[in-house]
Structures are given as C-alpha cells and as structure tokens.
Design a protein around this ligand. Structure first.
Ligand SMILES: [Zn+2]
Length: 444
C-alpha cells in the first residue's frame, strides 16, 4: 500500500521550474509487486469544466475578440506581403495591438486577458510556419484561413492562480473560480492552461504536465494483434474483439438530424437548437469510440509484456473511398497512438512489424505464402500442408512471430524462403526473455 500513499504525495516545493510532477496512475492492486522505477513522462490532461452563466457571457465575448484579432492580424499580414513584400512577425503585430487597445473604439480588447491575445498571435505564427514548411516540402500549401463565426473556440491562459489550483476547481485570470468534473491531479499548477469550447457547447480545460508513473510488473506474456474491420482486433491467443462500429450505428440518426439542420432558417433559434443536436450526436460517437479504444489498449498493455502490431499506413488506406469511413470509425490510428504511449508509460514493448510483411497470406504452420487472398475470404486452406486457417487469427500469430524475430535480431528474415525456426516466445525462459525485452525498451 506504500504506492497508494505515494500517489497522493503533495507536489514538491519549487518544482514549477522543472515542470509539474506527481505520482499518478491506475489504482494499484495490493499484492502486485511494482517496479520501483518511476520514469517521468509528459502527460496531457483534459477535464470538463462548468463555467457559470456570468463566466459564459464573458467567455462568449473573449472567444469573439480572439477570433476578431486572428482575422485582423491575418488581413494585415496578407496585405503587408501583397503590397510591400514585407513579412510581419507576431511581435510587430503585437505592438500594433497595444496601440489599438488605447483607441476608445477598441477598448473592448483590453477586457480580454492580454496573455490570451498574445497566445492567439503565436498560434498564427505557427500557422504561417506550417504553411511555409509545406511550401518548401512541395505539399499542398494551405494558406492560413480567416475564422468564421462559430461555436467552438479556444483560449490559452497564462498566470493561472497557483493558490487555487487543487480541489475540483481551477482559477483563471479575470474569470475566477471554475468548477471542474474531476479533482485536479496532485501536480503543481502548469504555466499555460487551455480553455476550449467544443461545438456541442461543452467546455474543457487542458494542460500538460510531467508526471511519474509506476512501471507495471513484468509479465511473461506476448501477443500479436491484427486489426480489421469485421473484428476490430484479433489476438494471437484466438480472442476476437468485436468492431463496435459506433458511427455506423448512429449514421441513420445523424443523416436525419443533418437533413433537418439544412432545412432550418439561418440565424433562427431552432437552427441553433438543431445544430447543437447534431454536434452532440457527433461528440457522443467520438466519446464512445475513444472509450472503447482506451479499454482495449489498457487491457492489452496490462496483460502482455510485448505487443506485436502491424505498421499500417492508415493515412494512405483512408484514401480508399469505399473503406475510408469504416477505417476512420474503427480508429486504427488512434489505437496505435494509445498503445504506444501506454506501453512507454508502463514499461512494455510494442513492435510494429513491417507493413509489407504478408501476415495474412503466410501459412503459420509451414510458412508457405499464397499468391492471392481476397479480402472477403475469411477462412482458407494452405495448399502445401493442408491446414485450415482463420484469416485473422493466422495473421495475428504471424505478426507475433515476425515481431519476435525482429526483436531477436533476425530482421527482414524471409520466412517464406528459409522456413526459419523462430524461437517460440512462450517456451523461452521467461526471466531471460523479459529482461532482454526490457533492455531493448531502455536502449531505445
Ligand atoms: Zn501451410
């Protein structure tokens, strides 16, 4: 139970300079032996916030001011370049803004916390930097765009009150205390806090902090994971995880509601109500998806030491117009991102197997590679050894073997040609194997 009390430890004094630190993690089971090493990791938090009506009125104005500033600065920068071939920096724009605030007509700008406006100009700097980077790289440039009047917005606050940081509320400059859905974690107050309003009208505070997370105890289990559409994930242990298809389930409702929105008169009250209904349905789908992925990835990371996955080019696959929606709905990219950062937190190893490795088409028993295996073939018989394979389970088991051979130094070994004997990972002495894996993790 020592770890339990350690999690509740108060932030050390003077830790603001080196970043906020705390001990947090998932609830610990008392009998598990935890690795004493607690690596410090950067972690981002996102917590729902509940501003009161007065704060909402204020925020509406502030989001509007930030949007106006963005458009004003973008217009000025564009014209400066078109007329004089001059590129303005955010510092130059900032100086003009300071002058503007003294003009009585623009006195409302002074009501917004000055740091929020500075951050808004910084964001624009980054938008321009990204634009020039894309131009240089020969990609589609995408010039920074004017912001339309919309319901979502974001403000970044500095000088968040340190005194009132903890205890289920956050205190922001000029806004005061704001209730939160969760208690803030036991970390020192970060330098900047973002307050975001989503399209569905919900507010969230988000911030970044350095925290220490206890490594999970080493377990002697390895797994291969094959991602798919009929089943979201198939494990090499023959377990199949259903694809929940959250978007697909709500598609009919979403279409109805979106059609209804299109018929509403622009600027009317009923249109605004309908817009909220659509936005809420979309965010419900997104929340369900992310919840299911969190449950799956946390379970995999807790139960297995090494996880072999396929290095999928999700960005390219999503270009396929017939599969795009389904791939995006399954959330393969997000699965990969989650499993990688969780593995890093808890001291697990994730091996991404080369995407050209024919995991589905290779026979797991005799390593024979068939020429073609169409997507609708869910079960096939190896022409060489006659084994009947379930497509996904076979692929997951091949991924596991390929991942383990990559880890063992036999990279790019052509399993089809030399019929290599890959060490069966479960039979290797677990202590030795696992220590090697941990070495691998530390070296990288
Ligand atoms: Zn075979």
């Amino acid at each position: 139970m020592a770890a339990q009390t350690a999690r509740r430890a108060t932030p050390q004094p003077g830790c603001k300079a080196e970043g906020a630190r705390a001990f947090i993690g998932y609830p610990l089971r008392p009998r598990m032996r935890y690795n004493p090493r607690m690596p410090a990791v950067q972690r981002s938090f996102r917590i729902r916030a509940y501003p009161n009506p007065a704060q909402i009125r204020m925020l509406n104005q502030w989001y509007g001011s930030a949007r106006w500033l963005w458009n004003w600065a973008l217009d000025m920068r564009t014209k400066a370049y078109q007329r004089r071939k001059e590129s303005l920096t955010s510092i130059a724009v900032s100086r003009k803004l300071t002058k503007l605030k003294t003009v009585p007509k623009f006195s409302w700008l002074a009501k917004v916390p000055a740091t929020c406006l500075t951050q808004c100009l910084r964001d624009q700097d980054r938008a321009f930097a990204n634009f020039f980077r894309r131009v240089k790289a020969g990609e589609t440039p995408g010039y920074p765009r004017f912001k339309a009047r919309q319901m979502n917005g974001s403000l970044r606050f500095q000088d968040v009150s340190e005194v009132k940081w903890l205890g289920g509320a956050v205190s922001l400059p000029k806004l005061g205390r704001m209730k939160l859905a969760e208690n803030l974690p036991a970390i020192a107050c970060p330098d900047t806090v973002t307050l975001k309003r989503e399209a569905d009208g919900r507010y969230y505070v988000s911030f970044c902090a350095t925290v220490e997370i206890a490594l999970l105890p080493v377990v002697a289990s390895v797994i291969g994971v094959d991602l798919g559409l009929t089943h979201l994930a198939t494990l090499s242990s023959c377990e199949k995880i259903e694809n929940p298809r959250h978007l697909n389930n709500r598609l009919r409702y979403l279409r109805q509601q979106q059609r209804c929105l299109a018929r509403r008169v622009k600027g009317s009250k009923r249109r605004e109500q309908q817009r909220l209904r659509v936005a809420r349905a979309h965010s419900a789908v997104a929340n369900q998806r992310s919840y299911a992925l969190h449950v799956l990835t946390t379970k995999l990371v807790r139960e297995h030491q090494i996880i072999c996955i396929e290095n999928l080019a999700v960005r390219n696959m999503i270009k396929n117009p017939r599969l795009a929606r389904h791939i995006a709905d399954a959330g393969w990219g997000e699965f990969r991102r989650m499993i990688e950062y969780k593995a890093k937190w808890y001291g697990r190893t994730v091996i991404a197997v080369d995407r050209w490795f024919p995991s589905s088409k290779t026979c797991g028993k005799c390593k024979h590679v068939v020429d073609e295996l169409r997507l609708n073939v869910r079960q096939w018989t190896c022409p060489k050894c006659g084994t009947v394979h379930d497509r996904d389970i076979n692929a997951a088991q091949n991924l596991l073997l390929a991942g383990m051979s990559e880890l063992g130094g036999g990279e790019r070994r052509d399993l089809g040609v030399d019929g290599a004997v890959v060490d069966a990972p479960r039979e290797a002495p677990p202590g030795q194997l696992m220590s090697e894996c941990l070495e691998h993790e530390r070296v990288n």
